[in-house]
Design a protein around this ligand. Sequence first.
Ligand SMILES: [Zn+2]
Ligand SMILES: [Zn+2]
Length: 328
Amino acid sequence: MKPLVDPGPGQVRIRVEASGVCHSDAGTVEGSFPISWPRVPGHEVVGRIDALGAGVQGWAVGQRVGVGFLGGSCGYCELCRNGDLVNCRNQEFTGIHSDGGYAEVMIAKATGLVHIPDDLSSADAAPLLCAGLTTFNALRNAPAKAGDLVAVLGIGGLGHLAVQYARHMGFEVAAIARGSNTAELAKKLGAHHYIDSATTDPATALQALGGAKVIVITASGGKTITETFKGLRPGGVSIDLGVGPEPIEVASVDLIFGERKVAGSLTGNPATADATLRFSALSGVSAMIETVPLEEAPFAYAKMMTGKAHFRMVLVTKNGSGDAGQPK
Ligand SMILES: [Zn+2]
Ligand SMILES: [Zn+2]
């Protein structure tokens, strides 16, 4: 048990109700980021504020809030002052630099907080704070317009949300995954086309559909970007959301002739997180989740890491309204 501490200046204390289990939690558990242990993982956190630190404005005790991967911008660095809160030079990562949400209580920086709409349960809202925001933000800021072909590579924790967002944003949606058994699910999530990359060359299949304006890569980057890059139409962009050790190789001829791009995208700012949750509630986009009690965090983490979660594990505490142990 950790002692209950008061929030410092600019911080709030949160009674955690739900915490999603994300693949990036491996950064905390396995130490793939520079980290000093012990450190509590969890950066898809929903709970109620129970104490405000000095100087916190705009948030109230009792209010339900969310905390994502980005722990909160500083407000004074040159990137913040230029409006780029995501790339703030003093940005801390939740669960890496500070304790995260696999807990009853957590301390969070007020500048990173997200509004939770009343019509989303805490367990339903949690995965939208990282998996949801990451995919929504990438699609929302992509150059595609309604009716353009958008491809989503990988139908997992991120991909199953990306397909739904892309459909509700008005794109023609192609889902790409390995194997025929994902086809039905992809269609159910809103994909117009399903490309089985085990039997079909995804780039050729995308070109047969006219070429993708955007390809959202939700599986870990590297080869998957190389394999699909020729599926972009001229002016198209391949957006990498999956961190992996492999380098990304694309032929310069494919970059230059057609002016295609490779880009990375890092979650999103708190206002975009607000929009992610509102858009999800309005359009009925939701993560497929399995809730388990906080005490079973090691089980949930292991299930996620072995790829057996369909698609998001969510830890719920006794503080909240979640249905512990009821898979849905
Ligand atoms: Zn995450
Ligand atoms: Zn800053």
